[in-house]
Design a protein around this ligand. Structure first.
Ligand code: AMP
Length: 397
């Protein structure tokens, strides 16, 4: 059975076709600049990457090009649409309505639409992708996998903000958390690696990518996570500020004359390590500058690591201990300097970094703590597409 995994943004559509039995990726790619000028990047596993300009006024044309590429006689991987048994969609915000993945039907679509206010940029774009696939592949079952669902197990004291309770009651203003698919995938893998039942593990997953969050997984359940109502809270990220004193918003309004939309733009797109370093959000560039002695790049990376370490500490408190710490996503899997910066703060836990293993380790599942370390620390590569494929298969079986 082949599963097409779709991750739809407002002007992009990422796709991956996975053979669910072997879990091998058959082909993957991305449609970008949908509604602008349109470009398709496609790569069959083992083949060359192809890039082509395509006229894509909407996601409907984009999905048509994707299916055409997958069925292309020379470079395709299937002969007909019949060979695609299901579609798994990444859906960003399921609010309190969705605490697990779902088979998509009209009721589900309405439920996701009801969460649009909570993720105005993501949810409508995700649903555009769902609609486009429904039109192109009528009759093919589709599953929605939510970024927020895994965190629905958080206890009230972790998700209620220190705000008037009526805002929760009226608008469901609370912590939801994101990257749930990744936190779930990595924490399950952590239990396999440790050789312990998932239900008896205290794991902290550090998903450090351009968007970054930390999650406390106690006995197989998310009990806290650093992102909140939106993905803006928590760590200092690529361009997002993460936690700031909310009074800064009013201060900037007065001092810089910025309105709320402009301030939100600063917090989302011009802050984080990008804002601190003066324009760098990629950790490869930051590391290069830091090693060349650049002060702002150095503080940006220090702030990033310090925040991660603070969240780890708070989640050790939340779980009354930790057995396993996992680093994942672009930075977590690839940046040895960030990993060692974070681990320097963890001596009190009896964590010891194996410098030799950590140095130069990229994208590979490996233990980076020494044999003597009291807590196991590993790089565990995430695979959100595979996780979505597995969810899709398990729901349809
Ligand atoms: P993600 O959002 O998970 O795709 O992560 C993207 C980020 O990972 C990039 O912005 C980089 O900062 C970081 N990254 C990717 N590759 C490397 C690398 N080899 N070394 C350091 N950072 C990397």
């Amino acid at each position: 059975m082949n599963v097409l995994v779709i991750n739809c943004g407002s002007s992009s559509l990422k796709f991956q076709l996975i053979n669910a039995e072997t879990e091998a990726t058959l082909a993957k790619g991305i449609c970008e600049r949908i509604g602008i000028d349109g470009a398709l990047t496609y790569k069959k596993t083992g083949g060359e990457k192809e890039q082509s300009k395509k006229d894509m006024p909407t996601h409907k044309e984009a999905i048509a090009f994707v299916l055409e590429a997958l069925m292309n006689e020379a470079t395709g991987v299937v002969k007909s649409l019949d060979e695609i048994s299901a579609v798994g969609h990444r859906l960003v915000h399921g609010g309190e309505e969705f605490s697990s993945s779902v088979v998509i039907n009209e009721e589900v679509i309405k439920g996701v639409e009801a969460c649009n206010d909570l993720a105005p940029l993501h949810n409508p774009a995700n649903l555009t992708g769902v609609r486009a696939c429904q039109e192109a592949m009528p009759g093919t079952p589709m599953v929605g996998v939510f970024d927020t669902a895994f965190h629905q197990t958080m206890p009230e004291h972790a998700y209620i903000y220190g705000l008037p309770f009526e805002y929760y009651e009226k608008y469901k203003v609370r912590r939801y958390g994101f990257h749930g698919t990744s936190h779930s995938f990595v924490s399950k893998r952590a239990a396999e690696i440790a050789g312990k039942p998932y239900e008896q593990m205290k794991t902290i997953v550090c998903h450090l990518g351009n968007g970054a969050s930390v999650c406390a997984v106690l006995n197989g359940k998310s009990v806290d996570t650093s992102m909140g109502l939106t993905p803006l809270e928590g760590l200092a990220m690529g361009t997002r500020s993460g936690d700031v004193d909310p009074a800064i918003l009013e201060f900037l309004n007065k001092k810089e004359g910025l309105d709320i939309a402009q301030i939100m733009n600063v917090l989302n797109k011009k802050s984080g390590v990008y804002g601190i370093s003066g324009g760098l959000s990629d950790f490869r560039d930051l590391t290069e500058k830091r090693l060349a002695g650049d002060h702002q790049a150095t503080i940006a990376m220090e702030v990033f690591a310090y925040r991660v370490a603070k969240y780890i500490g708070s989640y050790v408190a939340a779980m009354n201990g930790v057995d396993f710490i996992a680093f994942t996503a672009g930075i977590g899997e690839n940046d040895d300097l960030v990993r060692s910066d974070v681990m320097e703060y963890l001596g009190y836990l009896g964590v010891e970094l194996d410098k030799e293993v950590n140095t130069g380790l990229r994208g590979e599942e490996k233990r980076i703590s020494t044999e003597d370390s009291k807590v196991e620390v590993w790089v565990v590569p995430t695979d959100e597409e595979l996780a979505i494929c597995r969810e899709t298969v398990s729901l349809l079986q």
